[in-house]
Design a protein around this ligand. Structure first.
Ligand code: COA
Length: 168
């Protein structure tokens, strides 16, 4: 049984993440999408909300599990008996940070291999912050996130003073 962990903040999950999850599902028997704590980030959605959104987005994928953890990624991988960590590489700008993480993780645990997957080119510019920013101004992000996530974003930003445009 080959298991891979796909870690990230997923605040919220986007079509770019889903693209990577689908690709990982063709390579591994089990893909665990793991919501991780990144101390540098202040998420808009709670862990439960993020879990719910990922579950809704991956309902059609039978070998996906959704989980959350705190602590070192490689220790979590050991706990879940995973052989691999999946990371998406979108552009050259991702490379340095990803290389650093992959090498550090390998230093910490040689048994876990990092596998990089490229998303479809239409998602290379995408990240969760840009989706939240556009949604907060009432912009259309329906091409970037599933309907369920779109509704959650609308709920979060309902009545947001940012919506609309005015001259100052
Ligand atoms: N499509 C769309 N967006 C994508 C994407 C894709 N395929 N892949 C990444 N992104 C976006 C994310 O949405 C995120 O956007 P944001 O910064 O606006 O929130 C951004 O790219 C960064 O991606 P993410 O994969 O979520 O990285 P992260 O920095 O939040 O996560 C962890 C990094 C959680 C994997 C890392 O901090 C970790 O391993 N933490 C556990 C502790 C640990 O072991 N630390 C030591 C690591 S060496």
């Amino acid at each position: 049984m080959k298991t891979a962990i796909y870690p990230g903040t997923f605040d919220p999950v986007t079509y770019g993440h889903i693209d990577i999850i689908e690709r990982a599902c063709t390579l591994f028997d089990r893909v665990i999408v793991a919501i991780a704590q990144n101390p540098a980030k202040k998420p808009l959605f709670s862990v439960d909300e993020r879990k719910e959104m990922i579950l809704a987005a991956t309902r059609n994928l039978k070998n996906v599990e959704v989980d959350a953890f705190e602590g070192l990624l490689v220790e979590y991988a050991r706990l879940r008996k995973a052989q691999a960590i999946i990371r998406g590489l979108r552009a050259v700008s991702d490379f340095e940070y990803e290389l650093q993480m992959a090498l550090m993780n390998r230093n910490l645990n040689e048994d876990v291999v990092t596998v990089f997957l490229m998303p479809h080119e239409k998602y290379v510019y995408l990240n969760s912050s840009i989706v939240k920013e556009v949604a907060s101004y009432g912009g259309d992000v329906s091409q970037l996130v599933p309907d369920f996530v779109l509704r959650k974003l609308r709920e979060k930003f309902a009545g947001n003073a940012n919506a609309g445009v005015k001259r100052l």
